[in-house]
Design a protein around this ligand. Structure first.
Ligand code: URA
Length: 195
């Protein structure tokens, strides 16, 4: 499994499948534990992520880490985080559908290797691609959708929470719903935590 993951990672690092390859500084493949039962999926790298090669390391990432910590989750300990596209769209624009289509093979293979029980979509782009077309985060956040035995939820993107802090209580409720679902269906996510 480690090996399969590393092979895929190396392949992705040299990807030239779409024009985003020309403007990137780093491919942002993903971060976290390889046996994660819970995977978070964002949209695409921003400026800080592109410079560092790691997902969610800017202001949004710091906010995400706080929400994770509140329910005993962290990328160092028990989850995995990645994005729909692995290279930064210029000026942080939404990734184009063809860029998502070119990149989704990497995500599918990451998920085949990690085999999570729960997927949390951070924001509209991931929720629309992975849960259902037309998914409205403000209306459908926190709801569970079961697909091929995997439980999926869409919630607010951390950058959207920085812009609209009034949604923070709803985002926190979603994390509590996630914590409940983890306790119901996960085997080892909360092993060794104080819960
Ligand atoms: N926004 C995302 O969607 N992903 C990141 O990795 C950083 C910011």
């Amino acid at each position: 499994m480690e090996n399969q993951y590393e092979v895929l990672h190396q392949e992705c690092l040299s990807c030239q499948k779409c024009p985003l390859a020309q403007t990137r500084n780093h491919v942002v493949f993903g971060a976290g534990v390889s046996n994660a039962e819970v995977v978070f999926i964002g949209e695409g790298p921003g400026e800080n992520e592109d410079l560092q090669g790691q997902p969610f390391v800017g202001r949004g990432g710091a906010l995400l880490d706080k929400y994770l910590q509140a329910v005993d989750l962290s990328r160092e300990k028990n989850i995995y985080i990645t994005n729909m596209v692995k290279c930064r769209p210029p000026q942080n624009r939404d990734p184009h559908p063809d860029e998502v289509a070119n990149c989704i093979g990497y995500l599918s293979r990451q998920l085949e290797i990690i085999r999570p029980k729960i997927i949390v979509c951070l924001g509209r782009i991931a929720a629309n691609a992975l849960i259902e077309k037309g998914f409205k985060v403000t209306k459908q956040h926190g709801q569970w959708f079961e697909k091929n035995g995997v439980f999926m939820m869409g919630t607010f993107h951390p950058a959207a929470l920085l812009r609209n802090p009034h949604n923070k209580p709803d985002a926190f409720e979603d994390m509590l719903a996630l914590q409940k679902k983890i306790r119901e269906i996960c085997d080892h996510t909360y092993d060794g935590t104080e819960l």
